[in-house]
Design a protein around this ligand. Structure first.
Ligand code: FES
Length: 356
């Protein structure tokens, strides 16, 4: 028999839910809001002498921070970095680091100690509300700011306030001294990386011994780590080496695919390429004899030596710069000139036509 009860049209499982209040249950034994625990006074709330002692500790900490900042600045001059002296780099870093550590640590400890022992200690409840920028909200913000000023004693505790201001004023100065070292000591990066120690007639020598390399020593499949002759006599060995380091390999001349303007850049299949990866400058040091691929271990860029060190894999976007080489009358390998483009990673002043 037909019925007009709409519940009959629902699937069996839904008939109950269409008429019942559902499964939501309000528990009678729900946890009640326990409220805040009883307020406990601190020693500095009840003992003025303890409060005074704490104040002196905080002031002292802020001035320790000033001493740390001054120490870091003094260390910059007292332990200068000298060219080719790694010990001086370590001393410089250690003492500047110690000064800055004390400066920052002391400010942090002072601020925490101030908040814990001297600032007004009471529990506050801030009811959530929509964030508006209307006039009453702004007025309340100003009121809170004034209250915080009153309760922290920022204006009342002049010694602490001045100590804190002195600490924060002194903190940026070590940074100024450190950033000074980022200044253009050798002009722009373009100037710094466009020229290396290589020039016409410079002998290719083994790294690190500095022994010159006979072309006949470079057998098929071998690879040499190369530095320019007299590198060890230069003013800044590390910086010059970081730009001029080269890898030397010999391939069958028939395996080399060279462009017209580079026909004379290799000597009987011996080729020299910058060792500085064009991604972010790691040394490209892994040579795969069978494939003639150079691999950079940092991010796995691969360069094909048979095709002028073209990038075949990885994040590098430019081939490794090639050093044109030849031999002198004694059979030693020499450079024909410097690199024809800047070595190392790309930078913003790098001219587009270097990529051609
Ligand atoms: S530095 Fe060589 S791949 Fe990143």
């Amino acid at each position: 028999m037909a019925t007009d009860d709409s519940n009959d049209l629902l699937p069996v499982d839904h008939r109950e839910s269409a008429t019942s209040p559902g499964t939501a249950v309000e528990r009678a034994d729900a946890l009640q809001n326990p409220g805040l625990p009883p307020h406990r006074l601190r020693v500095t709330d009840t003992d003025p002498k303890a409060a005074k002692r704490a104040e002196r500790v905080i002031v002292a900490l802020f001035y320790v921070s000033v001493v740390g900042s001054v120490f870091a600045m003094a260390a910059y001059f007292a332990f200068p970095i000298r060219p080719n002296d790694l010990g001086s780099v370590r001393l410089n870093n250690v003492f500047i680091g110690l000064g800055l550590s004390f400066a920052l640590l002391a400010v942090g400890v002072a601020a925490v100690h101030w908040g814990k022992v001297l600032m007004v200690d009471h529990e506050g409840i801030d009811i959530r509300h929509p964030v508006h920028g209307d006039a009453p909200t702004q007025a309340r913000a100003v009121e809170i700011f004034r209250q915080a000023d009153r309760e922290s004693g920022f204006n009342r505790r002049v010694l602490i306030r001045n100590g804190m201001i002195a600490a924060f004023a002194a903190l940026p100065f070590p940074a100024i001294f450190l950033f000074r070292d980022l200044g253009p000591a050798v002009g722009t990066p373009a100037a710094a990386y466009s020229h290396t120690m290589w020039k016409k007639g410079t002998r290719l020598t083994k790294d690190p011994t500095g022994d010159p390399i006979l072309a006949s020593e470079v057998t098929l499949g071998s690879v040499f780590h190369v530095i320019p002759e007299n590198l060890n006599k230069s003013e800044d060995v590390l910086e010059e080496k970081a730009k001029a380091a080269v890898l030397l390999m010999r391939l069958e001349p028939k395996d080399l695919h060279v462009s017209a303007d580079r026909k004379t850049w290799n000597y009987d299949g011996i080729v020299a390429y910058s060792k500085i990866c064009t991604h972010v400058g790691c040394p490209v040091a892994l040579y795969e004899q069978q494939t003639h691929h150079l691999l950079c271990p940092c991010h796995q860029s691969q360069f094909d030596i048979t095709r002028e060190a073209a990038v075949i894999f990885g994040p590098a976007v430019r081939p490794l710069p090639q050093l044109p080489i030849s031999v002198d009358s004694d059979g030693y390998l020499i450079a024909q000139s410097d690199f024809h483009e800047p070595v190392g990673p790309s930078f913003w002043e790098r001219r587009g036509d270097y990529n051609a």
